[in-house]
Write a protein that binds this ligand. Structure first.
Ligand code: HEC
Ligand code: HEC
Length: 442
């Protein structure tokens, strides 16, 4: 069922693009967004973004507007740069924000691509594989705490370490002064900027419309998409095909158990996440300033940024602690930092972690006084029962045989590279040429 409408959509988009005098095809869509609109341009009627509805056109202007921040110098696009698959342009594990642009965040910035298909968080999320029993899943952010893209937008606008506005009143005051204030009123009504909370909520709706309607957020132009759809240019190499098999194999990579490929919700295809939450024991990242406090732990679903799944009392066991949302692996080959805490700095290092976390923990975790690796140093012992036990993180003994050989890791990295959208191939190519970091715990 889902296939026919999607193909129709592709065709419709191609025709519209051709009608605009563009070259057509997926790659042609990227430049339209790569250059943010100058704040002074006339309403978008005569511009390429006319394909977007009125709310999305407004959302596009909000997305690129640094004046919406306390510093006056940070927009959504600063951290979610369209030229970097809507992730940061730099390799910092966490970004700097605040009025002075010096206040560090506590989590790595995820891509905004392919988020259209994410539903609200639920403790009993129906897994898109239609087989797994309902479990925590969905929502926006590493902890799923925002229920929609619209609700999510309020978080960075208000966070003191991000866009750092003085509450909703601060955001609304900036919207009233914005060059697009009239456009805002035309879209949401003459009184839409009068009430602070309403103005911010509507800004969120506009930002959501932009992220949903603008196809640069979901071009489906990777070589793997072509392979799946039997399109020209969709051949996979032998190493890539081996990597694909490892990805799917339950006792080897087993990546597909969480980074689900195949048909998904709402006509989505091969999104590479089932939106489930898992604790995989990523080592603590001492480069995050918040981690200088030995009592600070980012426990994802159970807090501290999310408040509704906290343990009953401090130190009590809770099934939600240490769990983070499974990220989308599309365009992961372009990323510069990986995992919720940006602990890894190359794709190969991230994949190698899966292979050797248990068989060679000294490679990943700092040593204790007796010289033994302090395994799971970012997850207090009371929560370690929450660690996922699936292959390849199935708790095999130190010194044992890893589930994946070095060659397997290369093949998996090659396969994940086929999930790179066309516009980002040069970026992925550049990332793959950086030397792989030597993983020595600090
Ligand atoms: C200072 C950097 C920064 C800025 C500016 C910023 N973000 Fe983010 N964004 C983040 C971080 C960090 C996360 C992960 C947050 C978390 O898990 O708690 C995130 C997460 C998101 C997500 C959830 C993605 C997912 O995988 O679930 C969306 C959507 C998003 N941001 C949209 C926006 C919008 C819209 C704006 C502008 C209003 C914006 N961001 C501004 C850093 C930033
Ligand atoms: C049990 C579910 C599960 C399995 C199996 C799994 N992953 Fe993950 N993956 C996750 C979760 C959850 C995260 C985020 C963890 C965190 O940040 O603490 C993640 C993060 C990643 C990231 C970082 C992406 C980013 O944007 O930062 C990569 C790369 C990755 N996984 C690749 C793989 C590969 C390759 C396999 C197979 C060898 C695999 N994963 C198997 C759940 C899983």
């Amino acid at each position: 069922m889902g296939r026919i409408p999607r193909q129709a959509l592709f065709l419709g988009t191609a025709l519209l693009l051709a009608a605009c005098g563009k070259h057509g095809g997926d790659a042609a869509q990227a430049p339209a967004v790569l250059s943010p609109p100058a704040p002074s341009v006339a309403p978008a009627a005569a511009r390429p973004e006319q394909l977007l509805g009125a709310r999305a056109q407004l959302g596009r202007r909000l997305f690129f507007d640094p004046a919406l921040s306390g510093s006056g110098r940070q927009s959504c696009a600063t951290c979610h740069d369209p030229a970097h698959a809507y992730a940061p342009a730099n390799a910092l594990p966490v970004q700097l924000g605040g009025a002075d642009l010096k206040t560090p965040g506590t989590r790595a910035v995820p891509t905004l691509m392919y988020k259209k298909y994410t539903r609200a968080y639920s403790d009993t999320y129906q897994n898109p594989d239609q087989v797994s029993p309902p479990a925590p899943g969905g929502g926006f952010g590493w902890d799923g705490r925002a229920d929609s893209l619209a609700a999510q937008a309020e978080i960075p606008l208000l966070a003191p370490n991000e866009m750092a506005n003085a509450g909703r009143a601060g955001v609304a005051a900036k919207l009233r002064k914005a060059v697009y204030a009239e456009q805002f009123r035309a879209v949401f009504g003459a009184a839409s900027l009068d009430d602070d909370a309403k103005a911010v909520a509507q800004a969120g709706i506009a930002l959501q419309a932009f992220q949903i309607e603008d196809t640069s957020f979901r071009p489906f132009s990777s070589r793997f998409d072509r392979y799946r759809n039997n399109k020209q240019g969709g051949a996979l190499t032998t190493p890539e095909l081996r990597g694909f098999a490892l990805y799917m194999s339950p006792d080897k990579g087993n990546c597909n158990a969480c980074h689900l490929l195949g048909p998904g919700d709402g006509g989505s295809q091969d999104i590479s996440s089932d939106y489930s939450f898992a604790a995989i024991g990523v080592p603590r990242n001492p480069q995050i300033p918040a981690n200088a406090n030995p009592d600070y732990f980012d426990l994802g679903l159970c807090g501290p940024l999310r408040a509704d799944h906290a343990p009953a009392r401090a130190g009590a066991a809770s099934p939600y602690c240490g769990l983070f949302k499974t990220p989308v692996l599309r365009n992961a080959a372009t990323r510069q930092v990986f995992m919720h805490n940006g602990r890894f700095t190359s794709l190969r290092e991230a994949v190698r972690f899966y292979a050797t976390r248990d068989t060679d923990p000294a490679q990943w975790y700092p040593k204790d006084a007796n010289g033994k690796p302090r395994k799971f140093d970012d997850l207090p012992p009371v929560y370690r029962a929450n660690l996922d036990r699936q292959a390849p993180l199935d708790g095999r003994a130190a010194g044992g045989t890893p589930a994946l050989s070095d060659g397997d890791i290369d093949d998996l990295v090659a396969f994940i590279g086929t999930l790179t959208d066309e516009a980002y191939l040069p970026l992925a190519q550049a990332a793959s040429q950086l030397p792989e970091p030597v993983s020595k715990p600090p």
